[in-house]
Design a binder for this molecule. Sequence first.
Ligand code: NIG
Ligand code: FE
Length: 416
Amino acid sequence: MSKIRSMQKILIKNIKGLVQVGENLPQIRKGKDMQELPILENAFLALEDNEVIAYGSMSEWEGITDWRELEVVDAEGRYVLPAFCDAHTHTVFARTREEEFIDKIHGLGYEEIAAKGGGILNSARRLAEMSEDDLLQLAQIRIDKMIACGTGAIEIKSGYGLSVEAELKMLRVIKRLKENNKIAIKATFLGAHAFPTEYKENHRAYIDLIINEMLPKIAEENLANYIDVFCERNYFSVEEMAEILEAGKKIGLTPKVHVNQFSVLGGVVKAIELGALSVDHLEELGDEDIVALQNSTCMPTILPGCSHFLGIPFGDARRMINANLPVALASDFNPGSTPNYNLFTIWSLACIKMKMTPEEAFNALTINAAFAMDLSATHGRICLGSKSPLILTKEIPSLGYLPYSFGELNVERIFI
Ligand code: NIG
Ligand code: FE
């Protein structure tokens, strides 16, 4: 006898505000339109196996007639939002680096800590010693916590391997995370995160290792969606980045890069020329970067958690929005520069430190972030047929309360 699968049916009623809802919402919001945020008040939402099958005002909800096995959720005083998309994270790592945090308190800078053997190379040493299974288990614990905070899709980078074996180990962990989780996960190859000590004086040999040893294996095992390079002084030059991105593109990886964290080297312009889906960090930004962004579909992605933790400038979102650009926000969750994955915190920081309005920052964490990880069709919005995870908030006075009440977790339930 064939097994009859029972559908999971949920009706959420009396929703105070159903946020980012509608058919034909745009793929991106930019400039003045970043202020747009459609909210349906006093609404209902019907889900079947977590696909949106109906929504509307409470006055129109009689259409839902099949009450068999239906779970009814009363959302009086609560909001329903599409879950956030986190388009830039380093969620797979061996251990945290709070000793560097103490060094920072005593006055050492990010680049000084790296120069004395801390930083990315510290994480790489730890990761080399850890098994794939242990890395997987630790990353899964982090992902469960991210989901509980309202994250519904995650991009995860390699880049703490820095050898053929360890980079592949990281990417295999990400592949298994994709298979084991219900939320969407995208994998980015970041072999060019730092030069390992033994290649400090021989960049050519490490770049050859990336291009001739790592990339062919990544293609063979289909281990990545994107290719990233940390383009920065003391890391990878613009020319080195370009060579690596070109090689990645040959095996079908789209560029998505770390640029302009500490300095403007020309990496933004070059990455856009090479078809980057997003350019991330942008704590520093030149006029030529703005022009290149205006002439492209590349998504500028700002990481305020990193600025806050390192005490470096915040990306100038207002300048970008005034230049009619879109902006996405992401966590940059990693053990060195941003040990925080809670996108509600990022929402608050964007409002407090970058003077984004709650609506602009929410668009940056949903519609625009979904674009920055090729998930526009399914995530960052609520529409008929969408399968994006959803956030049900606690009882709150207004939507602006969410970024205002920084540090408070106002999530009552996540629907995945
Ligand atoms: O995005 N800037 C480069 N990479 C990470 C930090 C990595 C680390 O310090 O472990 C970032 O901030
Ligand atoms: Fe990063």
